[in-house]
Design a binder for this molecule. Structure first.
Ligand code: ADP
Ligand code: ASP
Ligand code: MG
Length: 417
């Protein structure tokens, strides 16, 4: 008998009717003989509303209270799903993260799970009870609720699956992982399989279908992971495909993927900002003097471009960072002005990062060149570039995001025939 963790995202539990639909998916798996634990998100829009209320209460607020508030959305859906399951005659019990407990490092708003004690859940599952667990949260060493960062229920689900030695199905509003966000590229194709490495890059480069950390955990703990749709009817014959490909997309080791593409997907992120520091001295120690204080302020920098200095004395340094950190970064940079010495600092939040991802890049040349040519053909200017073994990313004007993603999708032959 298999153990299975089923995770349902916000749109899948957006109202009572959808929660009933979710319960029917759970019923199917229980009837198939699985021992099931469910991880739920808050109803679509709820977490945004809770975050907004915190902001309205005070622009700068206590992170512990933020967590006390934003964790409540998941408590509602967990309780509601347990009630609906019970009403259908399926034994079920809701569990908040602290009750299990799911222990975290206690970093409020961005906590990491450190340990999950699955013993009680396993005992109940073996007695035929479905555990309905709140996603997105655990309990820190300070004995307070801590949340895992936006989109964190994916990570809760994979961590629970690892702790229970279960497989993990992530149910969402699309039926799998596509070659690009299907909401932007109508010609995008669903992938039957994607490697952990590629999914990790896709997620960290903006494909929010899975939270990055969830893919990391699945890769480390070898959790069998599938992304599938909660909107496919629960009793559809497509639910359990006999060929083992699954109705959705299986995230797995690359050696399990038969058909390899050079590029498997295009990702984009609008969560970017750009900062340029003009006329800094072109001498050893300047970069350290700039990026040291930024790191100390917990600001992660992504792309860095240093211009060639014409006179050998001064240069410009440009870098990108998450848009949410822009204000803080400017404060940090202004505070270092007299020590570092520069003319001025300019910034822009109207930028987007577009990335092409594929493990085939390891053995194929010309992927980056094709990207630059496709963007040039559309008249799109590239402001910065970064590469890794399996991805090329460029920074462009945000207004061209969709045009760029579609053009690249076509250029790499990913469009649906
Ligand atoms: P949930 O609320 O279920 O967690 P999310 O909104 O977090 O759902 O993630 C699902 C969304 O991810 C989809 O609606 C889709 O627009 C987006 N997405 C972005 N890139 C991709 C991709 N490559 N494949 C599938 N979905 C993607
Ligand atoms: N409800 C949380 C969010 O909106 C966690 C999640 O749904 O994954 O970020
Ligand atoms: Mg999500």
């Amino acid at each position: 008998m298999g153990r299975l963790v089923m995770k349902f995202g916000g749109t899948s539990v957006a109202d009572i009717e959808r929660i009933r639909n979710v319960a029917r998916h759970v019923e199917r798996e229980v009837k198939a003989g699985n021992h099931v634990a469910v991880v739920v998100s808050a109803m679509a829009g709820t977490t945004n509303q809770l975050v907004e209320w915190c902001r309205q209460a005070a622009a700068v607020h206590d992170a512990r209270e933020y967590d006390a508030i934003v964790s409540t959305g998941e408590q509602i859906t967990a309780g509601l799903l347990a009630i609906v399951l019970q009403d259908m005659g399926i034994p079920a019990r809701s569990w908040a993260g602290w009750q299990i407990p799911i222990e975290t490092d206690g970093v409020h708003g961005a906590a990491r799970m450190t340990h999950i004690n699955g013993a009680e859940i396993v005992k109940r599952m073996e007695q035929g009870q479905v555990a309905v667990i709140t996603g997105f949260q655990g309990i820190g060493p300070d004995k307070r609720v801590s949340t895992l960062g936006r989109g964190g229920s994916d990570t809760s689900a994979v961590a629970v699956a690892a702790a229970l030695e279960a497989a993990c199905d992530i149910y969402t509003d699309v039926d799998g992982v596509y070659t690009a966000d299907p909401r932007i590229v109508t010609a995008a194709q669903k992938l039957d399989r994607i490697s952990y490495e590629e999914m990790l890059e896709q997620a960290s480069l903006g494909a929010k279908v899975l939270q990055t950390r969830s893919v990391e955990l699945a890769m480390v703990y070898k959790v069998p992971l599938q992304v599938r749709s909660s909107f496919e009817p629960p009793d559809s014959p497509n639910q359990n495909k006999p060929d083992g490909t699954g109705p959705g997309t299986i995230v797995c080791d690359e050696d399990k993927i038969v058909e390899q593409h050079v590029v498997s997907g295009i990702a984009y992120s609008r969560d970017e900002a750009k900062v340029s520091i003009r006329r800094v001295k072109d001498q050893p120690g300047v970069s350290a003097a700039i990026f040291g204080p930024l790191a100390e302020a917990d600001i992660s920098v992504d792309m860095i471009v240093q211009n060639l200095s014409h006179d050998g004395a001064f240069t410009d340094i440009t870098f990108t960072l998450a848009r949410k950190d822009l204000r803080k970064a400017i404060e940090v940079i202004n505070a270092m002005k007299s020590k570092v010495g520069f003319d001025d600092v300019v910034h822009s939040a109207d930028v987007a990062k577009i990335s092409v991802v594929g493990i085939g890049m390891r053995s194929h040349a010309g992927v980056a060149a094709k990207m630059f040519k496709s963007l040039a053909d559309k008249g799109i200017n590239i402001q910065a570039i970064t590469t890794s073994e399996i991805k090329v990313s460029v920074l462009i004007d945000e207004a061209y995001t969709e045009l760029a993603v579609r053009a690249l999708h076509q250029a790499y032959g990913l469009d649906k025939k």
